[in-house]
Design a protein around this ligand. Structure first.
Ligand SMILES: Nc1ncnc2c1ncn2[C@@H]1O[C@H](COP(=O)(O)OP(=O)(O)OP(=O)(O)O)[C@@H](O)[C@H]1O
Ligand SMILES: [Mg+2]
Length: 372
């Protein structure tokens, strides 16, 4: 198995450090606080939660639920996703637990079957949820009735601010506030949306959770981790590769894992991996996306394309709606920058942090520099 995981969470063995962060997260929960993890994309938010669930054996004392809101766009879909995650967590524990859930959420009509292994199976469909508000209340009631305390992690929580229903934040806040047995972890990637939800006085979740920021993994810990996994396979990784990866990718975990994953697979007679192999690996990842990237550019309206390239040229671009920026890149007007940047942000081709705009996918950025 390739020790550099690039999707999801496998086990503590393939997870580097995050000891302080895990401790902080657990301490907050034990002190009865809900936690909001707010950090840049692909740094390891979801991984941290799953690692805490797994490595500290929390399931001994808690019922654990992990709910991903990534693809959720309405209140109804949210209730669906919550029910599904609860059912998935309960199914291995047997029929009785599932029946308790069915009894608690009377507004939904489920049919219980058994799968091929003879385990109970509950098939929930979006259509089963006819009164989402009622079902939501029942779900919270169910959680609070439980024999043991619960931890509910909601990933990509910022999605709730995009729902067409306007009262969802307030509704959730009310239920969550009434919970005594259930602690919540909220994780989210879009810094401004998550920031707004938890730190803006106008939002119901204002000051309701301890906000935790997640930075890059400590460089020395990551060097140790990476070199160790190469050594386990009788390969040598030069330590300097890690310095270069932190420079290139600002210590964002996924890009470094992706590069090391590719390096690890590269045939190398000397079993020695240095900066040349790193460059080759990065180029390999970029090349493997060539078609996707070309397609993205092909579909982009001209003005968005121009703005994307201007931002790419600057690396981190500030004041993009200023006259100065517009003149420097010989592009249209400041008002067109405004609408083009909105388009690029919506498509997640660029992102904004602290007033700086940059290409979101760092491999795409490399590709753009090579092709335009
Ligand atoms: N401490 C770690 N050690 C090793 N790999 C890690 C670690 N944390 C995260 N990863 C890996 O890095 C990648 C990104 O992590 P993860 O998906 O947790 O980030 P995220 O911040 O939730 O990303 P997104 O913004 O896309 O939701 C994953 O492939 C994951 O396996
Ligand atoms: Mg995530």
């Amino acid at each position: 198995m390739n020790p550099f995981v690039t999707k999801g969470y496998v086990s503590a063995k393939y997870f580097c450090d995050r000891e302080k962060e895990s401790e902080q997260l657990l301490r907050e929960l034990e002190n009865g606080n809900d936690v909001a993890i707010v950090a840049t994309r692909k740094i390891g938010k979801s991984g941290l939660i799953l690692h805490c669930f797994d490595a500290f054996d929390l399931k001994k004392d808690y019922n654990l639920f992990f709910i991903d809101f990534y693809s959720v766009g309405t209140l109804r879909e949210m209730v669906y996703m919550m029910s599904r995650s609860i059912v998935n967590a309960l199914a291995p524990k047997g029929t009785v637990r599932l029946q308790q859930f069915i009894a608690a959420v009377r507004s939904m009509s489920f049919v219980m079957t058994t799968d091929m292994a003879g385990l109970p199976k509950l098939n929930i469909q979006l259509g089963d949820i006819r009164e989402p508000q009622v079902s939501l209340e029942e779900i919270f009631h169910y959680l609070e009735q439980s024999d043991r305390p619960n931890i509910v992690a909601i990933d990509e929580f910022q999605q709730i601010s995009k729902f067409p229903e306007k009262n969802v934040e307030a509704l959730l806040r009310t239920y969550i506030q009434q919970c005594h047995k259930t602690k919540f972890i909220f994780a989210g990637s879009q810094r401004h949306l998550m920031g707004e939800i938890f730190t803006s006085g106008a939002h119901p979740f204002y000051q309701s959770a301890s906000v935790m920021h997640l930075g890059p993994i400590d460089k020395e810990k990551y060097r140790e981790f990476a070199c160790h996994h190469f050594a386990e396979a009788n390969k040598k990784l030069e330590g300097v590769v890690i310095d270069e990866l932190y420079n290139r990718f600002e210590g964002i975990t996924w890009y470094m894992q992706k590069t090391l994953n590719a390096m690890f697979l590269m045939p190398n007679k000397a079993r020695h991996y240095g900066l040349n192999e790193m460059e080759e690996a990065i180029q390999g990842v970029v090349d493997s996306n060539d078609f996707t990237y070309a397609e993205k550019m092909f579909q982009l309206p001209e003005k968005q394309k121009e703005l994307l390239l201007a931002i790419c040229q600057e690396g981190k671009a500030s004041k993009i709606t200023s006259l100065n920026f517009v003149k420097r890149h010989k592009i249209f007007s400041t008002s067109t920058v405004q609408s083009a940047s909105k388009g690029l942000l919506d498509k997640e081709l660029i992102t904004e942090e602290n007033g700086l705009y940059f290409v979101y996918d760092k491999f795409f950025e490399i590709w753009l520099r090579q092709n335009y």
